[in-house]
Design a binder for this molecule. Structure first.
Ligand SMILES: [Zn+2]
Length: 252
């Protein structure tokens, strides 16, 4: 419970790195006085200031690393660091265990184009334009998927441990942002996932898909792939290949 009446206690917060993306520009990088009553958890106090807990990797209270359940006290000085902030915090305690071993995603409903880019790059990506917030949170928790969203409030859900608020608005900038953020630029595995359904695709003989091809395609190309989920056929030289070339050139 956040109270603002005079006489409440105060703590001083400072947010580092890209956590400032969630604050008004004029407050960026500055100390903020936070007024509260009772003994809120530091997690609640951080989210009350607009920053999803999924973006936070380290909290120092008066110089000591603390967990999300730390109870805020009057006069506390709180430093909050983002995930992947580029300085060595190994002697301290991160809030999360090591990053997920295999990075898998579940995307919010307005990120359909980003979903196709991620599948193109080979990442297991659940996307449907009718997923409810509760379903997205449940998929994240049960299948260890990173939630990607443009809606920062979605990331306030307590079931979501791994999530990221996508800053960019254009899909081809979003894919670059996400690959960099999760350090996946070197992990591209093209021709692994179907752009339409996220199914696995695998190499097939031309003869096996011949009947599904336009005559020109069948004559001009040799390497074919087919989705085990929906049956869609891909080939080197297709739209898929052109998107991939674009992605590689931007990352290079
Ligand atoms: Zn498919």
């Amino acid at each position: 419970m956040i109270m603002t009446e005079p006489g409440g206690k105060t703590a001083v917060f400072r947010f580092y790195g890209e956590l400032n993306d969630f604050l008004p520009l004029w407050q960026s990088g500055r100390e903020r006085t936070y007024r509260f009553g009772g003994k809120p958890s530091v997690k609640d106090a951080i989210e009350a200031q607009g920053i999803p807990h999924t973006e936070v990797d380290l909290i120092l209270a008066n110089g000591e690393a603390v967990g999300f359940d730390y109870h805020l006290g009057g006069g506390d000085r709180i430093a909050v660091y983002p995930v992947f902030e580029s300085f060595d915090i190994t002697p301290l305690v991160r809030l999360r265990e090591a990053p997920l071993r295999e990075t898998r995603f579940v995307l919010d409903v307005n990120l359909g184009k980003l979903a196709r880019w991620l599948r193109l790059a080979g990442f297991d990506t659940i996307y449907r334009n009718d997923l409810e917030d509760a379903e997205i949170a449940a998929l994240s928790a049960t299948e260890n998927r990173v939630v990607l969203t443009r809606d920062r409030l979605l990331l306030h859900r307590k079931e979501i441990d791994h999530g990221y608020w996508v800053r960019a608005e254009q899909p081809d900038a979003q894919i670059i942002e996400v690959l960099r953020r999760f350090q996946l630029e070197g992990s591209l595995r093209p021709f692994l996932r179907c752009l339409e359904c996220n199914g696995r695709i695998q190499a097939v003989e031309k003869a096996a898909v011949w009947e599904r091809l336009e005559p020109k395609t069948g004559l001009h190309y040799e390497d074919f792939y087919q989705c085990a989920g929906c049956g869609k056929v891909y080939w080197k030289g297709s739209h898929y290949d052109r998107m991939l070339a674009k992605l590689k050139s931007v990352l290079a």
